[in-house]
Design a binder for this molecule. Structure first.
Ligand SMILES: CC(=O)c1cc(-c2ccccn2)c2ncccn12
Length: 121
């Protein structure tokens, strides 16, 4: 079989992988780590038309599906907004999603990007 040459990671992919790790650290309970199932959340798939989670975002990075930071940021916002929509305001998931969205958007603004990547510079 022909060995698949390890593709060089593009600068964008390196950035997205670091940002993903930075955002995952702000989800210590791993509420957003994996897709939400109807078993965990009754009726979820009929309420949320476009599910998103960190594992799906990681797969999209690996499959080079993101061509710009804005597409990554859109998926992050979608993930948080799904949780705010499905879960009642007084649940841990709704509260965690609002907090994660706020922290995440602060660091995903281009002018703040370096702040989340500082340890690497
Ligand atoms: C993100 C979200 O909406 C969510 C994560 C979870 C979740 C994620 C990991 C372990 C346990 N629960 C969940 N459970 C019930 C209803 C909603 N959720």
């Amino acid at each position: 079989c022909v060995l698949k040459l390890k593709q060089q990671k593009s600068p964008l992919n390196k950035l997205l992988e670091h940002l993903l790790r930075f955002l995952e650290k702000r989800d210590p309970h791993q509420f957003f780590a994996w897709p939400v199932t109807d078993d965990m959340a009754p009726g979820y798939s009929s309420i949320i038309s476009r599910p998103m989670d960190f594992s799906t975002m990681r797969q999209k990075i690996d499959d080079h599906e993101y061509t710009a930071l804005t597409e990554f940021t859109d998926d992050f916002k979608l993930m948080c907004e799904n949780a705010i929509k499905y879960n009642h305001v007084d649940t841990v998931y709704n509260k965690a999603a609002k907090r994660l969205l706020q922290v995440g958007m602060k660091h995903l603004q281009p002018e703040n990007l370096m702040r989340s990547l500082k340890p690497l510079s």
